[in-house]
Design a protein around this ligand. Structure first.
Ligand code: MN
Length: 205
């Protein structure tokens, strides 16, 4: 198991077949303002790949974009809505089809209001992850070891979480509803980018 660091694109052929876990780190939560700094990927076989984009990057990353846009490859996220918007805005691709562990958690762990990745990893996998570097400067010239470990750990558990969450969705009769939510997520992200981030178009108001 190793963490690999790449600049500006993913090397060709470093990922195995099958679903791929994806996460992003940005300069903040306002997608248009806060640039995409890092895209993390894992094929679930033990290695993580971090792709870093420098200030002023052209985001010309053909290998990464090909993987993200591949309609035959399921992408696993925790809170896909944010990552999909950042990827769409900066890389210009729709990184679907989607499985979102946060949505799956909300549709099954109705006994809890704690749907953070750390909560899921603790409860469903019995492991501990640190979120200490979550609010750190991802735009600097160097990413330190603590940031590297944190960034990698955000994609390390998503395959196993999906394996636990699918039977729960089935048990509660909500797999179909979850799938419909996942299918809608790219549109939800586009609504965010288009100015409807804080307005629920399904509400009466
Ligand atoms: Mn993250």
């Amino acid at each position: 198991m190793a963490v690999y660091f790449h600049e500006e694109d993913l090397p060709e052929g470093v990922l195995g077949q099958g679903p791929i876990a994806v996460d992003t780190e940005t300069m903040g939560l306002v997608t248009h303002r806060d640039r995409l700094c890092l895209v993390q990927l894992s094929d679930g076989k033990g290695d993580e790949h971090l792709v870093r984009f420098a200030p002023g990057s052209k985001y010309d990353a053909p290998n990464l974009k090909a993987v993200l846009a591949d309609p035959a490859r399921l992408k696993l996220y925790h809170f896909a809505r944010f990552d999909l918007a950042a990827i769409e805005h900066y890389l210009g691709v729709t990184a679907a089809p989607v499985f979102c562990t946060k949505i799956a958690s909300k549709l099954t762990r109705t006994y809890s209001d704690r749907h953070g990745l750390k909560n899921l990893v603790e409860e469903l996998l019995g492991e501990n992850i640190s979120k200490q570097q979550q609010l750190s400067d991802w735009g600097g010239p160097l990413i330190n070891d603590a940031q590297r470990d944190y960034a990698a750990s955000d994609v390390r558990h998503l395959h196993r979480l999906r394996e636990v969450l699918i039977p729960r969705l089935e048990r509660e009769g909500r797999l179909e509803m979850a799938q419909a939510c996942f299918d809608f997520l790219p549109t939800r992200a586009r609504l965010d980018l288009a100015g409807w981030a804080n307005h629920d178009i399904f509400s009466h108001e």
